[in-house]
Design a protein around this ligand. Sequence first.
Ligand SMILES: C[S@@+](CC[C@H](N)C(=O)[O-])C[C@H]1O[C@@H](n2cnc3c(N)ncnc32)[C@H](O)[C@@H]1O
Length: 231
Amino acid sequence: MTENTGPIHRRIKSFVLRTGRMTDGQRRAYDINLAKLGLERENGMQDFATVFGREAPVVLEIGFGMGDSLAEMAMKNPEHDYIGVEVHTPGVGRLMYLVQEAGLNNVRTYCDDAVEVLAQCIPDNSLSRVQIYFPDPWHKTKHHKRRLIQLPFVEALRSKLKLGGVVHLATDWENYAEHMMAVMSDAEGYSNMAGEQNYSPRPDYRPITKFEKRGERLGHGVWDLLFSKTA
Ligand SMILES: C[S@@+](CC[C@H](N)C(=O)[O-])C[C@H]1O[C@@H](n2cnc3c(N)ncnc32)[C@H](O)[C@@H]1O
């Protein structure tokens, strides 16, 4: 096993969690490969002050894709700490590469399903913001049940947010925007920061994402939703 001694490895130290889908043998092989890369697998609830070595607002991004916009945000907002969750392994690899290239200390990533990560690793009342940009829209009506934004999911998000913390959603699919608006408006303990049933302008902190650029080329509109936790 390669020793994890290099400063770059230490700088990009990331936690990578896989649950439920591996045999013991696969898990052992996975851990050996992670160690070769100088990475660690973390399970269980995190204490973010310990993970990042400071008390700072923690932002969770779910489904960051290839990670460019998350890395850009982390670079431009060094006073925030960022946790990225993505199931697509090449995207996680690219985010770690970008973080390493930029020498960032304020990003960690999970390669797993956000539902599992939320339940197993994120303490209640710990997040300042959850951002989910351009989640898979599942265009066909019969597939709408696969959409990430559903009532039980946004209820789980609320339990992880601090009071006053924000859920920030964006989509380029109008039907999904309407679905998001209905789900968020029905959920208890949230307030629409733009006023009831209103979409928000894109805040300056959100870069144009890779997926969004593709939508722009196709002439798609974009809808941002910002809801704060009130209870
Ligand atoms: C349409 S892409 C958008 C990527 C990026 N946010 C962007 O705007 O360029 C949706 C992403 O969500 C990820 N994803 C879907 N379901 C997920 C889940 N349950 N947990 C974590 N990531 C998920 C997919 O792998 C994909 O990369």
